[in-house]
Design a binder for this molecule. Structure first.
Ligand code: PEP
Ligand code: MG
Length: 580
């Protein structure tokens, strides 16, 4: 048994077989083969070794010819390792005696060899581990051949262990089979993490490297609440987690009746709790949890995972589905927020040195007007079908907001000319997620119908900390007093100007902040649908007066750790109370 600590990004417990993706996205397969298939499997292994050896010899000869024999020797060493009789005997024993699949035997054995090199304190020898991984991959390629599958087409339940998963790879996972995932890299605010919550699967990121220590088919536990990953758990741990998984199910069932009760504080103040979605199907999750609307639809996921630009009809169909299902409740479509860690598979996006500070989001939209206009046309057309609002992301300057609104007005005019119906009075809003926008909010409120605080980016830009980087996770903290001051200012300015203000960053779905935010005046929360019942439960257990006291106290504190532990304590106290 081995325990790894990572960053908890999507709650819940998952127990199951590992599917290991190495850092080239290569899938390490399942463990066992049928008893009567052993002879065929051994033959398959021999053929793969032969093919790999032929390939290496060809590389050796070509390199020796071009660069000299000393370079060819690198491949000669690979060849010797591959054809080593001890390796051969070990693999054969695993397949013959233990009925392991050749893929599993290869992966397990060579990874064990590589670990020996990695453990030796010598950078030269550590490098040799890479040679062994290279042989492993080559053999796997020959073994798997055309049977190699991507993770988008899984056929049995697995837990995915990968070096990294992009938001689009994550978006393409089928939660029926992908029951959880762990990545070696990644941070708490990454969109991969956000998508995991959307899929409702437990996830842990930023564990550091461990993939060389696992093989496909190993039993794994993912504890998405504590950020723990347990490889090959013992019976006792397994029993403990099975019990916890059962308790989680019970808690979810206990919160279910809340769906039809109002989100109202003990002193009768109503709060709206809306859902954040990335994909149209999640609108069903919103309805299931009794959401008061969709507070954030991250439409960029229409572009991610697609090789071509979505057409106006694709946009329109997605928006129509969401609006129809929400049946008159508000739906906030945020125009595409690509760039940074959300890169589409489309060409023409150049590498940027500092993507979070680069051509992302509204900046990208204003530089690609045809792309932007297509989306706006579809959104406007859909506005005739329900209660739709449009929101612009990452607004930093007044000029940017005005430009975006001008493009929208222009598209409206176009629709008018063609006699196409849309809601002329649809509310237009912006995200507040850059400190500059907070500083200028008294001006912005005069030009928008609503605001939404994006704490994920606000934390990143205020504290100068990459939300996707595990190495600075300690600094990424919504409870930092600097962030809290910006949130307070935003609420004060918006409420003072009578402009509706929502919060749609992850902070809004984290119960430890609920009292603080209520106390600061927030009355509109938008969170991952799965988080709605817990937030509602808490709202119903506190009063505004009590929350104001908590907020005032927290705002006086000087550091995030102190604030977090105070808020946790207050939340637990509130949850201990019963509603009268
Ligand atoms: C945010 O930044 O808080 C937000 C809601 O937007 P995203 O997470 O998509 O950047
Ligand atoms: Mg954002």
């Amino acid at each position: 048994m081995q325990k790894l600590q990572g960053i908890a990004v999507s709650p819940g417990v998952a127990i199951g077989e590992a599917l290991v993706m190495d850092n080239e996205g290569f899938r390490i397969p399942r463990r066992f083969v049928a008893r009567d298939a052993v002879v065929d499997e051994l033959e398959r292994l021999d053929k793969a070794v032969e093919a790999a050896a032929w390939e290496i010899a060809r590389n050796r000869d070509a390199v020796a010819r071009e660069l000299g024999a000393q370079y060819g020797a690198i491949f000669e060493a690979h060849l010797q390792m591959l054809q080593d009789s001890r390796l051969h005997d070990e693999l054969e024993e695993m397949i013959r005696q233990r009925h392991y699949s050749p893929e599993y035997a290869v992966s397990r054995t060579l990874r064990r060899y590589a670990q020996v090199f990695q453990r030796i304190e010598s950078s030269y020898l550590a490098e040799r581990a890479n040679d062994i991984f290279d042989i492993e991959k080559r053999l796997l390629r020959h073994l798997l051949g055309h049977r190699r599958e991507g993770i988008a087409h899984l056929t049995s339940p697995v837990l995915i262990l990968a070096h990294n998963l992009t938001p689009s790879e994550t978006a393409n996972l089928d939660p029926k089979f992908a029951r959880g995932f762990v990545t070696e890299v990644g941070g708490p605010g990454s969109h991969t993490a956000i998508v995991a919550e959307a899929l409702g699967i437990p996830a842990v990121v930023g564990t550091g490297s461990f993939l060389s220590e696992v093989s496909g088919g190993d039993l794994v536990i993912i504890d998405g609440d504590k950020g723990l990953v347990i490889l090959q758990p013992d019976e006792e741990t397994l029993a403990l987690y099975r019990h916890e998984a059962e308790e989680n199910r019970t808690l979810a069932a206990r919160l279910e009746p809340l769906r039809d009760l109002p989100a109202e504080t003990l002193d009768g103040v109503h709060v709206d709790i809306l859902g954040n979605i990335e994909f149209p199907y999640e609108v069903d999750h919103c309805v299931d949890r009794g959401a008061d609307g969709v507070g954030l639809y991250r439409t960029e996921f229409l572009y991610l995972g697609s090789d071509t630009e979505p057409t106006e009809e694709i946009h329109f169909d997605a928006y129509s589905r969401v609006l129809n299902t929400m049946n008159g409740k508000p739906v906030t479509i945020r125009t595409f927020d690509m760039g940074a860690d959300k890169m589409p598979n489309m060409p023409a996006m150049e590498d940027e040195r500092n993507p979070c500070l680069g051509l992302r989001s509204i900046r990208l939209a204003l530089r690609n007007l045809p792309l932007f206009r297509t989306q706006l046309r579809a959104a406007l057309r859909a506005s005739a079908l329900g209660n739709l609002q449009i929101m612009f992301p990452l607004i930093t300057t007044l000029l940017e907001l005005r430009q975006a609104k001008m493009v929208l007005a222009d598209v409206m005019e176009d629709l008018d000319e063609h006699g196409i119906a849309f809601n002329r009075d649809l509310p237009i809003g912006m995200m507040v997620e850059v400190p500059a926008a907070v500083m200028m909010l008294d001006r912005f409120v005069k030009e928008v119908d609503f605001l939404s605080i994006g704490t994920n980016d606000l934390v990143q830009y205020t504290l100068a900390v990459d939300r996707s980087n595990k190495d600075v996770v300690q600094l990424y903290n919504p409870a930092d007093p600097a962030v809290l001051r910006l949130i307070k200012t935003s609420l004060d300015v918006a409420l003072g100007a009578n402009v509706p203000i929502n919060m749609c960053g992850q902070m809004s779905g984290a119960p430890i902040y609920t009292m603080l935010l209520l106390g600061l005046g927030l009355r509109r929360f938008s969170a991952t649908p799965a988080a709605i019942p817990e937030i509602k439960n808490l709202v119903r257990k506190v009063s505004i007066d009590q929350s104001k006291v908590v907020a005032a106290h927290a705002m006086n504190m000087e550091n995030a750790r102190e604030i977090k532990s105070y808020l946790t304590e207050e939340m637990n106290k509130a949850l201990g109370k019963t509603r009268t």
